[in-house]
Design a protein. Structure first.
Length: 156
């Protein structure tokens, strides 16, 4: 049986400052929306269409987004689509589709001296290079202090 694919890559600007909340377990969850513009021609006239996408980032990645990304900041996100449903207080069934962010990248350069370079950012290791990954199997940059193994100890 063939595997299905659920992968999203999106570039846009934050519609508002990201919001963070913590679950009872202490896990961070950040919510934010991106506006992405598309230009097209209709009857020889240039038109622009803006789409808005709700995003969610978990754990350290969510905390990093809240700390470094503000309204208007241009970022690229990579992740997957997720649909979830619930019942509102009036008993109506509601649903939404959102992007679960696995990593992101700053795209509009430094805003001030406290922000890092335009590198991919992910939840696991933000210090140093700014490269982190939300997937446990994907690679991420870490400092030498975090890696207890030397190159000689790797069997291949």
């Amino acid at each position: 049986m063939a595997s299905d694919l659920n992968k999203v890559i999106l570039v846009g600007r934050l519609v508002r400052d990201p919001e963070i909340r913590y679950l009872q377990s202490g896990t961070a969850v950040a919510n934010f929306s991106l506006a992405s513009n598309r230009t097209y021609l209709q009857s020889g006239e240039k038109k622009e269409l803006t789409s808005f996408f709700n995003c969610i980032a978990w754990s350290k990645l969510g905390e990093i987004i809240v700390e470094y990304c503000k309204k208007g900041r241009r970022i690229g996100v990579e992740g997957r689509l997720q649909q979830r449903g619930w019942e509102d207080k009036d008993g109506n069934k509601r649903s939404t589709v959102e992007i679960v962010v696995d990593n992101f990248q700053f795209l509009d350069g430094k805003r001030d001296e406290d922000q890092s370079k335009s590198d991919f950012v992910d939840k696991d290791s933000f210090e140093g290079s700014g490269s982190v990954s939300n997937d446990s199997g994907s690679s991420s940059s870490t400092s030498m202090e975090e890696n207890p193994f030397s190159d000689e100890e790797i069997p291949f």
